[in-house]
Design a protein around this ligand. Structure first.
Ligand code: FE
Length: 131
């Protein structure tokens, strides 16, 4: 569907803010209720802050109460890559951008209809395109 982006960590560091770099390239997690989008209700498409790929539509965003922007599905399944994450003594499913490999967040099975999924995504990994 798309060409993958492969940049050196040096290039990513030059392009991203420290917060974006920490989340996208170091699999960091922003503190709950601190990001720019957890409470955002603006219509638009959330793009990857690393590569600009369209990842989540605001129509699929819901208030999870978690303090992170939450979506019940991606723009299309192939836009995200899911990986088992065994870090921090938990088994979770990590969500990465399929195009640039950037870490976005995790997906859980306690989301609302119609999918039952909850994509719990760091604001720092997203840029809202509200046009
Ligand atoms: Fe990306």
């Amino acid at each position: 569907m798309q060409d993958k982006i492969n940049k050196s960590e040096k290039e990513w560091k030059a392009q991203l803010t420290p917060e974006q770099y920490h989340v996208l390239r170091e699999k960091g997690t922003e503190r709950a209720f601190t990001g720019g989008y957890w409470d955002c209700k603006t219509d638009g498409v959330y793009r990857c802050a690393g590569c600009g790929a369209e990842l989540f539509d605001s129509k699929t965003k819901f208030d999870s109460g978690s303090g992170w922007p939450s979506f019940f599905e991606a723009v299309s399944p192939e836009r995200v890559e899911l990986e088992t994450d065994m870090s921090h003594g938990m088994v979770r499913i990590e969500v990465n951008c399929a195009k640039c490999g950037g870490h976005l967040g995790h997906v859980f099975n306690d989301g609302p209809a119609p999918t039952g999924k909850r994509f719990c995504i760091n604001s720092a990994s997203l840029n809202l395109d509200d046009k």
